[in-house]
Design a protein around this ligand. Structure first.
Ligand code: PLP
Length: 407
């Protein structure tokens, strides 16, 4: 017998459907040069310090005296210390290295973390949403049935639309776990400290857990946007934070990230006993994960050196220049654009009340530009498209020129 929860999941429809539509268009118009502003992957090469660190680590692997086999499941001390010092203490945040678990990226950890939760817990997600939070809970048996409205019956959806300024309202019913992702994928919007504090207060009051995905933290530029949920008082009692080097330092192919599970975070058993989550996550990782490669961890360590910080920042600035240009150009065309100021994503309202897919087709047909239809991220994404700033600068400029001329 198989786990039937897997059959309930619809096939990964969004990117397959995009690929199919692009393929058909190309077949009809072989001369068209298509530019994708839909990709969620980075395009710029690794920082030179990262490449040097990789070479050095590879050389160490070539010698008996410095060869490394299995590493510690939680990650090497050198990286965990660098994380604590640079990502937390430098911001006045109290996190210790035994609260940091190095991972192979935020997808695995955001997807796996639900294993520590009871089967009956009520999950809430923002809508639109990064699909991993929903699908991993459906696999774990917490979804219920998929309704015709595109929502799982046992999951609470918190709409984020232009009408509420993309700030989710607190749930009207009790929920046990809330996934928050800020800066947000797909909308590119953020929460201020005050807005995030409301969620921390809510979680403490409701005895709920916040799973906070900060994969795009490095793109924050506004002073009042928190880089970590642990900047907020009380978060050590109610939150776990996921980080990734993928978009921070172009590690989508290298693979490294980390998760912070405070030692002060306790969850209830059925009988009401309080159990610390940190040792349970450690137990889970020690059983199912054999660590991130030594070479990847040395690569990650390198971004915390002064040269590393400057080089990584230069690439982030490159992408944010694209983001600024997309925002400016589309606004000048009369489109309503959200995000792109503290995030590499732009969330664009479709014109004339068009559906996401209708505008996708129009962009492809007229400008030969590929976007991601917002409806693919959840029902509240209908009427929007997502553009990303991760393209090559020249290609982004060309795509925008075409949109100016042809839309
Ligand atoms: N979280 C969010 C919100 C993302 O958008 C992504 C990647 O697109 C990830 C996590 C996964 O990142 P990683 O490459 O670290 O697995």
């Amino acid at each position: 017998m198989i786990n039937e929860n897997y059959i309930k999941l619809p096939s990964a429809y969004l990117f397959a459907e995009i690929a199919q539509r692009v393929k058909s268009f190309k077949a009809e118009h072989p001369e068209a040069e298509i530019i994708s502003l839909g990709i969620g992957d980075v395009t710029q090469p690794l920082a030179p310090v990262v490449v040097q660190a990789i070479h050095k680590a590879a050389d160490e692997m070539a010698q008996v005296a410095s060869f490394r086999g299995y590493g510690p499941e939680r990650g090497y001390d050198f990286l965990r210390q660098a994380i604590v010092e640079n990502d937390f203490r430098a911001r006045g945040i109290d996190i210790s290295s035994d609260e940091v678990f190095v991972s192979d990226g935020a997808k695995s950890d955001t997807g796996n973390f639900q294993e520590l939760l009871g089967l009956d817990v009520r999950i809430a997600v923002t809508d639109p949403v990064y699909p991993v939070y929903v699908d991993s809970n459906v696999m774990g048996g917490r979804g219920g049935a998929l309704g015709a409205n595109g929502r799982w019956t046992n999951i609470v959806y918190l709409p984020c639309t232009a009408e509420n300024g993309f700030v989710p309202d607190l749930p009207r019913e009790h929920v046990d776990v809330i996934y928050l992702c800020y800066p947000n994928n797909p909308t590119g919007t953020t929460l201020t400290r005050k807005q995030l504090k409301r969620w921390v207060d809510y979680a403490i009051e409701q005895d709920a857990l916040i799973l906070f995905d900060a994969a795009y933290e490095a793109y924050i530029r506004s002073d009042d946007v928190p880089h970590s949920i642990f900047e907020i008082e009380g978060a050590r009692q109610c939150a776990v934070e996921f980080r990734s080097y993928s978009k921070t330092a172009g590690f989508t192919g290298i693979r490294c990230g980390y998760t912070v599970v405070p030692t002060t975070l306790m969850l209830r058993t059925v009988s009401g006993e309080r159990i610390a989550l940190n040792p349970l996550w450690n137990r889970r990782q020690c059983t199912k994960f054999n660590g991130t490669s030594y070479i990847s961890q040395r690569a990650a360590e390198a971004i915390y050196t002064p040269e590393g910080k400057a080089q990584v920042q230069a690439t982030i600035d490159y992408y944010m220049q694209n983001a600024g240009l997309i925002r400016q150009t589309l606004s000048s065309l009369g489109l309503t654009v959200f995000g792109g100021t503290d995030a590499p994503y732009l969330w664009v309202r479709t014109p004339r009340g068009m559906s996401s897919w209708a505008f996708f087709d129009e962009l492809l047909r007229k400008a030969h530009v590929v976007c991601t239809p917002g409806a693919g991220f959840g029902p509240s994404g209908e009427g929007y498209i997502r553009l990303t700033a991760f393209g090559q600068h020249e290609a982004t400029v060309e795509a925008l020129e075409r949109m100016k001329e042809r839309l």
